[in-house]
Design a protein around this ligand. Structure first.
Ligand code: GDP
Ligand code: MG
Length: 309
């Protein structure tokens, strides 16, 4: 109804639009899959679990449909710090809103955590697509068959699809299979929009990705990035960002001997931010301590971790 008032005849009456949550335990390749489907990097990726902390929309626009993918922090049982609770809330909220769930698992690595995610999805009752990712790691491919067959019997999946998100293998069928399960609806977003997040958000995430890739052990979990300034001056993007850590010792690690570590992180981030902004970038990074920020609900809110995303 609303549609006809706003834009009569702007899209066909059989147009479909809906939300598709990408869910699964940490590190199975959910964000990589989203980026590959959109052919754009909207969500950061690293080999470490808990890289994705926010609910991020990635919007795939087609002639017949708008598929709004929702990348989620992995659903995980472990850890009861405020940050873990925030991530689980964001993941569960995405499940509630979804018209279809894409359940991502890792080839040949079915775990008790996968089992728990499947139980939750089945309880919710929306259609589920099972994506068995990272099949490039398995040789010969025939080894996948028994598990694929066994999992197909576990729930009435729309389909079970083996994929490699990094090699972009077998991905093109996924949107085709999803569209029919979305409601008839006009697009929720303007047809050129590909994400709900601001450039500033993506800049903070790029810096956090470079930090996560270079820092070892537990440190990435205690780091967050706040953009203080993002303006264009004489044709150049000026970015000032604060890297928040939880303890003084962490600050020294992030900066590194003679400032080398921070310099490398800054260089890698600047190159990617320049691509994003399509122009030259001047990036200044400061490292500051906010004790135990990741276990404080108030600090989380202040640093941009809203209750549901
Ligand atoms: P998420 O936590 O589920 O979002 O996982 P990410 O997308 O951050 O990926 C976790 C790690 O798995 C990263 O190092 C990715 O490069 C890697 N990865 C993702 N997809 C594939 C894949 O299809 N094959 C292989 N070999 N690695 C993958
Ligand atoms: Mg992720």
């Amino acid at each position: 109804m609303e549609i006809q008032e706003q834009a009569p005849g702007a899209f066909p009456s059989d147009f479909r639009c809906g939300f598709v949550a990408i869910v699964g335990r940490p590190n199975v390749g959910k964000s990589t899959l989203l980026n590959a489907l959109l052919e754009r990097k909207v969500s950061i990726v690293s080999p470490k679990p808990q890289t994705t902390r926010h609910r991020i929309l990635g919007i795939l626009n087609r002639a017949d449909a708008q598929i709004v993918f929702v990348d989620t922090p992995g659903l995980h049982g472990a850890g009861q710090r405020a940050m873990n609770r925030h991530m689980n809330r964001a993941a569960v909220a995405s499940l509630n809103d979804a018209d279809v769930n894409v359940f991502v698992i890792e080839a040949m690595a079915w775990t008790a955590e996968d089992e728990r995610v499947l139980e939750q999805l089945v309880k919710r009752g929306q259609p589920i697509m099972l994506v068995m990712n990272k099949v490039d790691k398995i040789r010969p491919k025939e080894r996948l068959l028994p598990l694929l067959e066994e999992l197909s019997r576990r729930a009435p999946f729309i389909e079970v699809i083996p994929t490699s998100a990094t090699k972009r293998d077998n991905l093109s069928r996924l949107p085709d299979l999803i569209v029919g399960h979305l409601p008839l609806s006009p697009p929720h977003f303007p047809p050129h929009q590909i994400t709900d997040r601001s450039e500033q958000f993506h800049i903070a995430e790029i810096i956090r990705e470079k930090l996560t890739l270079r820092l070892h052990q537990e440190l990435p979990y205690g780091v967050t990035v706040e953009i203080e300034r993002f303006v264009q001056e004489e044709g150049r993007w000026m970015v000032n960002a604060i890297i928040w850590v939880e303890r003084r010792g962490q600050k020294a690690i992030v900066i590194g001997q003679g400032g080398l570590q921070l310099k490398e992180i800054g260089r890698a981030a600047r190159l990617e931010i320049a691509q994003l902004c399509n122009g030259s970038v001047h990036l200044e990074l400061w490292v500051k301590v906010k004790e135990n920020w990741s276990d404080s609900e108030a600090a989380l809110r202040q640093l941009g971790y809203d209750s549901l995303d």
